[in-house]
Design a protein around this ligand. Sequence first.
Ligand code: NAD
Length: 314
Amino acid sequence: MPAPPAPGRDAVDGRRRSAHGLSLTGRPGERHWDTLARVNVSSRFDVSGFGVVVTGGASGLGLAYGEVLGAHGARVTLIDVDADRLAYHAERLRGEGLDVRGAVADVTDHAALDRAIDEAAETYGRLDVAFANAGIDSGIGFLGAWAGDARPRVPEGAIERYDDERWERVIDINLNGIFATVRAAARHMRPRGFGRIVVTTSVAATQVEPAIGSAYMAAKAGARHFVRATALELAADGIMVNAIAPGFFVTNIGGGHAHSPAVQEAVAKEIPMHRVGRPDDIKALALFLASPASDYITGREIAIDGGWSLGRAD
Ligand code: NAD
């Protein structure tokens, strides 16, 4: 049995390689790109030993990212402003044998965030993956329900009554926090010439969700394009930057409104797959984007939404 290939390297052995790293095979006079049919692709998902940080890692989707990376052998630092929840989950996951630590930091405090990410990188001697994920709901929007035919206008949610404080808080966490996380990660990744940055955007980056305030749409659209800008800048340094755009997932965001069975039922009717998302649904995509399996993909946003953003079917 040949040894499995190291992460990030082609697994084609003993054959002539082209300038692009793929082997050239075929009948005499015929040139074609080898399809790599004999490669064990599962090894491309190997993240064992990777140093990972996840902002907003104490709950919901960030916790799911931390769990899946930890379960596959990565060393994970969950960064969150909620110290109690962080301590609980870090201890729970260590109890399950995962290499997980918690670091309390608010993504709006860029100096504290830098320290948390620097400490994680020092602890592991490397930083391979950063999930820029922490985010909040923007509160009331101009319509009063998430789904269904009865979606009345809500006067308190009108643009004329949107105050600066609420707008700025959402931009500060959901956009500026992403910038600060990506910046801190790039400082560690660029010198090593390797990195995977995964930003949690939302289908709200491209599709308006009127039940929540418009700062959320603005922040997520900004994050989406920021992913493209940093992906372009960092591609030559082996750092891939991509986004996950979730649809409706049951997490604790916005005070946990998504836990309501009535809300879930109403939203599920509008999702083509007729069910809402659970954090476990996002784990395989997170592992894909964090691992060498997604080498050669950068600057992309992948929606994971049961088809929600396609429109309504039945
Ligand atoms: P969640 O509330 O369950 O988890 C978010 C975590 O972020 C919490 O642990 C919270 O304490 C932390 N956090 C909030 N503000 C912070 C700050 N300033 N500094 C550090 N940590 C902070 O919510 P979630 O749904 O898992 O949200 C994760 C991301 O997913 C967010 O960016 C959110 O916008 C995005 N998202 C969620 C959904 C959904 O349906 N749940 C859909 C699309 C996008």
